[in-house]
Structure formats: structure tokens, C-alpha cells
Design a protein around this ligand. Structure first.
Ligand SMILES: Cc1cc2nc3c(=O)[nH]c(=O)nc-3n(C[C@H](O)[C@H](O)[C@H](O)COP(=O)(O)O)c2cc1C
Length: 246
């Protein structure tokens, strides 16, 4: 497979750098071709420019290179440390600039009957994506009743709004918590767990987000049909199976 790792960490000595190096080695040893977009090393310009907004889209060489990598990839891994409950700003800026009109959004025919190709369809349809995220907090802090909020909910805007929106199937994330207590044994354990996830990228069941154009939503309101998941609201409503069955 062709695998793209979009990677955001400024320090080549970090835990994230070690995990990224492990992932690249492991995937290459498995016969895959890997490209890494190392955003800090590339000095990625994360600031969307005035002449890149849709009406005046003037695609820059750096944007086109990243779009080409996305087209090339069968699977895309987004790796980052959780910073203030989300991705580092440099990666958000990568999304804002690379997902141009006609590439990341505004794809397909748009009418009152069909709201374009998005949420399961679009430029990146047929590809798989996975987040690889490290967090200082404990797993329990991110559990369904944890004080930080449930990790599935914190990651929903990335999973659903950034990965599923332009068409990718979204695999459950690889999460590494409590990074402050890392040592050699725990790192080896994390690599073993990560290796298993990398070995099953092609076969792991994706998160069952509802596809926009499969009939689950009223058009053009784009609300979930009243007969589906009655009572469910918010993020969970967009899962075709309730989380308890996952
Ligand atoms: C700016 C910043 C913001 C952070 N925000 C969070 C956070 O919201 N939740 C959390 O659990 N850890 C947070 N952390 C801790 C990092 O997630 C943790 O240090 C990182 O995952 C460890 O990996 P690294 O050694 O590769 O940086 C934050 C760290 C920094 C520097």
C-alpha cells in the first residue's frame, strides 16, 4: 500500500518522533511505500492566504504537492500530540490550505436534491485514514465520564469533519495516554500495539459514520431522519450503529 503520514511535532527527539520512526520502519518492512509530510521539518506555512480563499483560488506549489500525496496514498495517518484538546495549529493550517474548493469541499453536484459529494464521498473516497495521537492525560480522564470529555467526542470534528467529509473511511484511532510516565518498557509495549494496528490498516473495520447520500438525512435540512436513532442527538446520532455495539 501507499501510506502517507502527515506528522506534526517540532522536536526530532520527542516521543512522537520515535513513534513515527517506528511506524515508518514497520510499514516499510511490511512492504509498504511510505511518504511522510513532516510539517515542522518542511516549515509548512500554516496560514491560509487571502488569495487562497475559494473565490480567488490560486493553488500554490506547496498545496499541490500535498494534494498529490493524498491522491497517491491508499491510507493516510495523521500523527500528532494532543495539544489543547486538538491537533497542533500547524496541522490545522495544513488542512485549511490543502483542502481547497473542488478538492476538500465543494465536490460533486449540489442541488436541493443532493448536497454534493461529502461525508463518505468526495475526492478522497476509497482511502482509509487513522489518527495516531499521544496525550499527557490518563485514559480515564478521556473515558465517557472523564473530566476531559470522551475521546471519541473530542476527536469527532477531526474524524467526521476532516477525514470523513472528503470521503475517507475513518479507522478507530491509535491512542497513547499518560505520556509523562514513558519508559523503555512502556515504549516497547506501545510500539507492539501500534505495529498491530499498522498490520491491520487494510482490514480494520472503520467507524460506522452514516454516509450523507445513503438516504439517512432529510434534504436539504441535512438532519437525521426522525425514524432513525430516535432520541439520539449530537455526535452519536451520526453513527449507524450505537457505540455500545462497537
Ligand atoms: C501546548 C501543549 C498543549 C497540550 N495539551 C494537552 C491536552 O489538551 N491534553 C493532554 O492530555 N495533553 C496535553 N499536552 C501534553 C501532550 O499531549 C504530551 O506532552 C505529548 O503527547 C507527549 O508527546 P511528545 O513527547 O512527543 O511531545 C499538551 C502539551 C503541550 C506542549
Amino acid at each position: 500500500m501507499n501510506i502517507l503520514i502527515v506528522y506534526a511535532h517540532p522536536d526530532p527527539q520527542s516521543l512522537n518522533a520515535s513513534l513515527k520512526d517506528y511506524a515508518v520502519r514497520h510499514l516499510q518492512a511490511g512492504g509498504h511505500t511510505v511518504q511522510v509530510s513532516d510539517l515542522y521539518a518542511m516549515e509548512w506555512n500554516a496560514i491560509l492566504q487571502a488569495d487562497e480563499i475559494p473565490e480567488r483560488a490560486d493553488h500554490r506549489a506547496d498545496i499541490l504537492r500535498e494534494q498529490e500525496k493524498l491522491r497517491w496514498a491508499n491510507t493516510v495517518i495523521f500523527q500528532f500530540p494532543l495539544w489543547w484538546f486538538s491537533m497542533p495549529a500547524i496541522m490545522k493550517g495544513w488542512v485549511e490550505r490543502v483542502y481547497t474548493l473542488g478538492f476538500g469541499y465543494g465536490v460533486g453536484e449540489h442541488s436541493d436534491q443532493r448536497w454534493g459529494d461529502r461525508y463518505g464521498e468526495g475526492t478522497l473516497a476509497g482511502k482509509r485514514a487513522m489518527l495516531l495521537v499521544t496525550a499527557g492525560g490518563w485514559e480515564s480522564h478521556y473515558s465517557p465520564r472523564g473530566i476531559n470529555g470522551a475521546i471519541d467526542e473530542l476527536l469527532f470534528p477531526i474524524h467526521h469533519g476532516i477525514l470523513f467529509y472528503p470521503g475517507m473511511e475513518v479507522l478507530p484511532p491509535f491512542l497513547l495516554y499518560r505520556t509523562g510516565r514513558m519508559n523503555e518498557a512502556l515504549f516497547a509495549e506501545a510500539c507492539a500495539r501500534l505495529g498491530q494496528r499498522l498490520d491491520t490498516l487494510a482490514t480494520t473495520a472503520p467507524i460506522p459514520f452514516r454516509r450523507q447520500n445513503d438516504g439517512d438525512y432529510d434534504i436539504p435540512a441535512m438532519t437525521l431522519k426522525a425514524t432513525l436513532a430516535p432520541g439520539a442527538q449530537g455526535f452519536k446520532a451520526h453513527l449507524a450503529q450505537p457505540p455500545s455495539l462497537l
